[in-house]
Write a protein that binds this ligand. Sequence first.
Ligand code: TRP
Ligand code: ZN
Ligand code: CA
Length: 450
Amino acid sequence: MLELTGPTLPRRSRAVALLATGAALTATLLGAASGTALAEPTAAKAPAKAAAAPDISLANVKAHLSQLQSIASANGGNRAHGRSGYKASIDYVKGKLDAAGFTTSVQQFTSGGSTGYNLVADWPGGDANHVLFAGAHLDSVSAGPGINDNGSGSAAVLETALTVAREGYKPGKHLRFAWWGAEELGMVGSRYYVNNLPATERAKIDGYLNFDMLASPNAGYFVYDDDPTIEGVFKTWFAGKNISTEIETEGDGRSDHAPFKSAGIRVGGLFSGAETRKSAAQAQKWGGTAGQAFDRCYHSSCDSTSNINDKALDLNSDAIAHAVWTLSGGSTDPGGTSFENAADVAIPDAGAAVESSISVTGRTGNAPSALKVGVDIKHTWRGDLVVDLVGPSGRAYRVKSSSGSDSADNVVETFTVDASSETANGTWKLRVQDIGAQDSGYIDSWKLTF
Ligand code: TRP
Ligand code: ZN
Ligand code: CA
């Protein structure tokens, strides 16, 4: 008889419902591109490993900022909508992207009697029905060169895109990048883009990531509090670097994510702070100066290349790459062979263990020391689940234990198992047991990648 924690208490609280929503979004954002069902069980060529995001070169990002500064200096000190420095900025970014193999297009609009420009760059390939989109506004205010606001976001997104090309990255999703015009006049360019995008095209955008002000001299680390999956990807990345983040609270509606969000598209982004002063508590955890604005040169003539915090720019640029790579689900190593069983197996609530088998043939020698076990279990309380991989020898390898506190839905995860003492050929099993009453589910599919 299983002893359960508080079996008579209703375990579904409001908080649980919210967590469940987050988990569902994870599945949609991360799994959709690869969610096509295979005949079961099948052997197919598949990615051997998910690609980790590369480091984004701070030097390269700063070189773009120097170019934007030179453009401003040569065009009356700014890169504002309707001024020659704006179009020159568009030409600079477009030239880099075209040379790297992007498909670019310049969209014109009119605001305040002047022509404005959005630059959109598509990376060929990926699932056209699932677009991951990252953008930044390229215009400055007319008071200055706009190097932090928003040369920083523009340069970081540009260098991320160029790194995609340099790495020959093959994302699962289709990647799109954009540089918006006339944000400083009220998100005019991005709103024009969204309003003119047919509903069928809008529906293909799985997420829009916005980057506006990433290198504030007295930097804070703010993550937009919108789509929980996107937010989680950023927060986890910063936590891994021991940087605490705060939720971005002042900016809802203050940058180009707003038109996307209004159109029902999931959004997220990063921000290092503008005119608001850093609190004592914030200075404690982030360094910098309490009582001083995050960016004292916000919307001023002094927002030049000397108004840039290298550490914030470096971290935020790497965080963009991490999010783009993670959320687009791609691969760099197409060498592995996968075996999948996509037949559903019900997992009885608080019942006996169930198994799903995969028969591996045609391999020689032992299984790898880093065997990838891709698991897709649908369940309404995954803390109930204990999951083992069972090798041909009958030995079980625990990949997931139960946890009374893990109330999230589903186990959609790739585990790595040292299976080097098993022969590769033979019958492998995924063994799943539900050890807690009330919530249940099923094995949707699982696969082994050698
Ligand atoms: N370009 C934005 C603006 O001038 C910068 C900004 C201020 C911002 N606060 C923000 C961007 C909060 C994102 C979130 O308004
Ligand atoms: Zn601004
Ligand atoms: Ca259960």
